[in-house]
Design a protein around this ligand. Structure first.
Ligand code: CS2
Length: 491
């Protein structure tokens, strides 16, 4: 791509991050679309405002597909902003080196140990933290974590590689470092810190190392936001049209972008505020606003839309019954569970969400948002549901969200949820299929999923909530999703 840029004489000043030095200061785990359209863009813009050694080492999870494509383009790629009123293409130049977690373990550990690297950022998805649904703690019994903890194992999970890398760093130079989660987690920094500590303890790390980790490695909380669908052939065509270039690894994204971060960096950071990031002491409040209103609402739209055979989020949201259910979910079930940040107007925020979900140019897929349901819902549903139940209210739309997820992703025997739901990926599918194998009714099926450990015991122990989830699943199976949603809305 660089050659193409030179040949075409594209102004290098127009490239985000063009002033970036060759030296890397950030290691990023999870080289997916979201990172490339969010933290990477913010870092490129920050460096344009204040140069620094903040180039990124990008680590893909398993496949060399994206890393090879990016290497062939000298790390450059385009972000295609898709908005009904403003479409444009930017070229991002901020990654300097690429690795693959499944294959490059020793190089990753060496990179983490290198004191030149001051920050580890993570977009490994909710599923990448291996949290136990019951306790919220690291699930040391999950097969990947168990394999990483085995005697003499070369770790392949991000948590395993981070702990191994930090252990090497402690031994080599003990330079302070920051681990910044950019995933949709409740108290993302605190949760990551707890998972890293639990891994280190389970790996029998020394007390000296644990003490250093406690005092010299920081884990800021952060709220991240930008809707980033998977790229399509159309994304490549957009780049060809706008820049006259062929890009094998472009990323489509909405115009909206937000990043609220706790300013707790142990060894410095890029000037992300120059890119629009907000440094705040109220991060956890922003996290809840975003996780519950945007992500929680998104899940309901995806599962109702999936069952209604709607291919995209804007198509789903355009169905009146889905818009009504979602508005009720946000206003009645989620909003009362959130302690809002100062000067925050929830109605304005909710209106902006409906606009963002209506973006037909972006065409975000229902199946993307519906994927990884068990691990996403864990972050979104249980606490607001428990809050409502404690106040004597049945969170109808949260129960419906759970029922619709089950019907899409672990459908009861004989129920065909259709092609959109079939395209949703459920990481716990095997476990949940095994748990439901003996079920002879929808009730038994739903109860087997609830009892399988995907959600906390205090929620699944609430008989009234269990009954509601069963009831909506029975209605979906017997009468269809529209009928079930109509009943939930009227209650
Ligand atoms: C979505 C998110 O996948 C999902 O469940 O809700 O990916 C959402 O698009 C982002 O969090 C937006 O910031």
């Amino acid at each position: 791509m660089t050659e193409q840029l030179n040949r075409l004489n594209v102004n290098r000043e127009a490239i985000l991050g063009a002033s970036a030095p060759e030296r890397t200061g950030i290691i990023h785990f999870g080289l997916g679309n979201f990172h490339r359209a969010h933290a990477a863009v913010n870092t490129a813009l920050a460096m344009a405002a204040e140069p620094g050694d903040w180039g990124i080492v990008g680590i893909a999870n398993r496949s060399r597909k994206v890393t090879s494509a990016l290497e062939a383009q000298d790390g450059l790629y385009s972000v295609v902003t898709l908005d009904p009123e403003a479409e444009h293409v930017d070229v991002v130049d901020v990654h300097r080196r690429f690795l693959v977690a499944a294959e490059d373990g020793p190089a990753i550990i060496e990179a983490v140990a290198d004191p030149a690297h001051k920050i580890i950022t993570l977009t490994i998805s909710e599923n990448g933290y291996h949290l136990d649904g019951r306790t919220g703690k690291l699930d040391v019994e999950s097969p990947d974590i168990k394999a990483d903890l085995a005697e003499g194992a070369e770790p392949t999970t991000p948590l395993g590689q981070i702990v191994a890398g930090l252990t090497a760093r402690f031994a080599a130079n003990a330079a302070p470092m920051t681990v910044l989660s950019c995933d949709n987690l409740l108290s993302a920094g605190n949760t990551t810190r707890a998972a890293v500590l639990q891994f280190a303890e389970a790996a029998h790390s020394s007390d000296e190392f644990l003490a250093w980790l406690d005092g010299h490695v920081t884990f800021p909380n952060a709220m991240v936001d930008r809707i980033v669908p998977a790229p399509t052939e159309g994304t490549k065509a957009e780049v060809e049209e706008a820049l006259g270039l062929h890009d094998e690894a472009p990323v489509p994204a909405e115009l909206f972008t937000m990043w609220v971060i706790e300013d707790k960096f142990a060894a410095g950071r890029p000037k992300w505020e120059a890119a629009g990031a907000i440094f705040s002491d109220e991060v956890e409040k922003y996290e809840l606003v975003k996780l519950r209103l945007l992500n929680g609402g998104h899940s309901l739209i995806a599962y109702l839309g999936g069952l209604d055979r709607q291919e995209t989020i804007p198509d789903s949201r355009a169905q009146q019954f889905i818009a009504d259910a979602t508005r009720q979910a946000l206003e009645v079930d989620y909003l009362p569970s959130i302690d809002l940040p100062a000067n925050f107007d929830p109605q304005e925020y909710i209106d902006s969400l409906f606009r963002r979900w209506s973006n037909t140019v972006l065409g975000d897929k229902t199946s993307r948002v519906g994927s990884d349901g068990s691990t996403k819902l864990l972050q979104r549903v249980p606490i607001p549901a428990l809050t409502a139940l404690a106040q004597g209210r049945m969170p109808e739309q949260l129960a419906l969200t759970v029922s619709a997820w089950m019907c899409c992703c672990i459908p009861p025997r004989g129920f065909e949820p259709g092609p959109i739901a079939d395209a949703m990926i459920e990481p716990k599918a095997d476990l949940l299929k095994a748990a439901t194998a003996q079920a002879t009714s929808v009730r038994e099926h739903v109860e087997a999923i609830l009892d399988s450990g995907v959600f906390p015991d205090d929620l699944v122990g609430q008989q009234a909530f269990r009954d509601r989830v069963v009831e909506y699943a029975e209605m979906i199976v017997a009468d269809g999703v529209r009928e079930a949603a109509a009943v939930a809305l009227k209650r």
